[in-house]
Design a protein around this ligand. Structure first.
Ligand code: V4E
Length: 219
């Protein structure tokens, strides 16, 4: 299982020019994401994000805070860290733990599969957001293990991400250091977390869920 450490940033044509100068474009892709939750937001209220991308399932869950205080420090408030689970049986087990009324009759066990979506209905999971992203990815010359993504969502929002993937329990400090260093190279001076695609999507299209997650300090 890997942990994705990332910092989002707002970009303009000057930022893109800098990235093209100091980086190498390693991919251009388009993907459609569908996000699922119960009608009372059981997963997202726990900061758990279940999505289907290109027919594959992913669950993003928060990692424990690094300083152990529960309070993010300055670096952590700019960076986010999420575990990424991609194995469907494991996703199913985790989701089931958090959704008490997992199966309609409380007894029936289902075997989730990529071909059969019936497990979603049994857990009362519905799609609450879907959008398509066009992503340009870059690596930086002289900065190992860092990827920069420039995302354009089809609902009219664009955002960049500096991203480092580490194994679970890996060196978080070094990942954050790489991100800080890359942000400096790009001339970023973000003082606060930049809104991700989902935050903007919820604000526009799911105001009730947005308000609930904001009050619960998930967003
Ligand atoms: C973790 C999370 C969400 C799931 C989507 O994560 P995100 O990295 O924004 O999407 P994307 O498309 O870039 O995924 P990738 O391809 O990198 O795997 S939606 C909301 N969150 C929580 C969250 C948060 N609270 N604050 C910020 C700044 N980002 C995400």
């Amino acid at each position: 299982m890997s942990v994705e450490v990332e910092q989002k940033f707002l970009f303009n044509s000057d930022t893109v020019k800098t990235i093209e100068e100091i980086g190498v474009c390693v991919g251009l892709k388009q993907f459609h994401d569908q996000y699922f939750d119960t009608p009372d937001f059981k997963l997202t209220l726990r900061d758990m994000w279940l999505r289907r991308r290109k027919q594959s399932w992913e669950l993003k869950c928060p990692t424990a805070t690094v300083n152990g205080t529960g309070e993010p420090g300055r670096e952590q408030s700019l960076c986010t860290q999420y575990k990424e689970i991609t194995n469907l049986p494991e996703i199913y087990q985790r989701v089931k733990e958090f959704i008490k009324e997992a199966c309609e009759d409380g007894e029936t066990e289902v075997t989730p599969s990529d071909e059969d979506d019936s497990w979603l209905g049994k857990m009362n999971l519905r799609c609450f957001a879907e959008f398509t992203t066009t992503r340009r990815s870059f690596t930086l010359k002289g900065e190992q293990g860092v990827q920069i993504d420039l995302d354009q969502a089809d609902f009219g929002y664009h955002v960049g991400e500096i991203e480092v993937l580490i194994p679970e329990g890996g060196d978080m400090q070094s990942a954050q250091e790489k991100i800080r260093h890359t942000a400096q190279k790009l001339g970023l001076n973000e003082e606060r977390r930049v809104e991700g695609k989902m935050t903007v999507y919820l604000k526009r299209y799911r105001p009730e869920q947005y308000a609930t997650l904001l009050s619960a300090h998930v967003l």
